[in-house]
Design a protein around this ligand. Structure first.
Ligand code: CMP
Length: 143
């Protein structure tokens, strides 16, 4: 069983895509174990994207992610990290296949609607940063 951190970015929230995106993951069978609509602080944005600190787009990325509400959540299930990444599609929507979230709802890399953890290490770090273990619910989901 694996857990992954997912965030619908401000472009997705403002366009009313939270329900549609969550529904795709729920229908696939992934279990929602935490979720919150929130305004991201500069401090949290910089910590979340710390690995991109030296990249030329870092300033714009932090400005964008703090520009409006995000919906952050944690999903649990077998191979949750890979399943979510597959369902999101390639980071650059230009290369994302139709049927994926970015392939269906996004056109450019700076406004690519959604973020998901890219490895078990990232998932552990991001879940701790955004929620903490104590915020995750444990319950049975009949499939
Ligand atoms: P995300 O999966 O949230 O992780 C880092 C984000 O940086 C990425 O999605 C993109 O939305 C954003 N980004 C903006 N510009 C670029 C770029 N030129 N290359 C890669 N990522 C970029």
């Amino acid at each position: 069983m694996e857990r992954t951190f997912v965030m619908v970015k401000p472009d997705g929230v403002l366009r009313g895509l939270v329900g549609e995106i969550l529904a795709r993951f729920e229908r696939r069978g992934l279990k929602l174990v935490a979720g919150k609509l929130m305004q991201v602080t500069r401090e949290l944005a910089e910590a979340h994207y710390a690995e991109h600190r030296e990249k030329p787009f870092f300033g714009d990325l932090v400005a964008f992610i703090t520009s409006g509400p995000v919906f952050a959540f944690v999903l649990e299930g077998p191979n949750a990290i890979g399943v979510v990444r597959e369902m999101m599609g390639k980071t650059n929507p230009k290369e994302a296949a139709p049927g994926t979230i970015r392939g269906d709802f996004a056109l450019t890399i700076d406004k690519n609607v959604i973020h998901g953890s890219d490895s078990p290490e990232s998932a552990a770090r991001e879940i701790a940063l955004w929620f903490g273990e104590e915020a995750l619910l444990s319950y049975d989901r009949p499939v």
